[in-house]
Design a protein around this ligand. Structure first.
Ligand code: THU
Length: 132
């Protein structure tokens, strides 16, 4: 799958966002190492802190369906900016991704690619190695 196709899927996912409170739509497309794609959007709640980001929605959907390693991540938002994954999502993603492209997609279609480890260089990798 091309980066453009993955970016388009992130947008498709984001258009299903449930975000009546922030009015920010976010979508995420995760590509597993075997090529399977999992999609997620942000899901908000009247109890605001129960909100789940698009990245974790996609990841938890995937892991619960057999996803074990993530190769690439595309994130789209309708905010007009390149929306980077939040710290919580980076930490959770670090459990499943060794390194890989993170494709940030704006609603005008422009995209920008960064490496996962640029965003979270250390996470808890050393502790994880000790615990496993
Ligand atoms: N959001 C995401 O879905 N992913 C992020 O990485 C950052 C923020 C969502 C959560 C909330 O529904 C809205 O964007 C505004 O913060």
């Amino acid at each position: 799958m091309t980066a453009e196709e993955l970016a388009r899927l992130a947008r498709t996912a984001g258009e299903r966002s449930y975000s009546p409170y922030s009015k920010v739509k976010v979508g995420c497309a995760l590509e597993a190492t075997d090529g399977t794609i999992f999609l997620g959007c942000n899901v908000e709640n009247a109890s605001f802190s129960m909100t789940l980001c698009a990245e974790r929605t996609a990841l938890f959907k995937g892991v619960s369906e057999g996803l074990r390693r993530v190769r690439r991540v595309a994130i789209w938002s309708d905010t007009g900016i390149f929306l980077y994954p939040c710290g919580a999502c980076l930490q959770v993603l670090s459990e499943w991704i060794d390194d890989g492209d993170v494709i940030l997609v704006r609603d005008d279609g422009e995209s920008k690619t960064v490496r996962f480890h640029e965003l979270i260089p250390h996470s808890l990798s050393e502790l994880k190695d000790r615990l496993t």
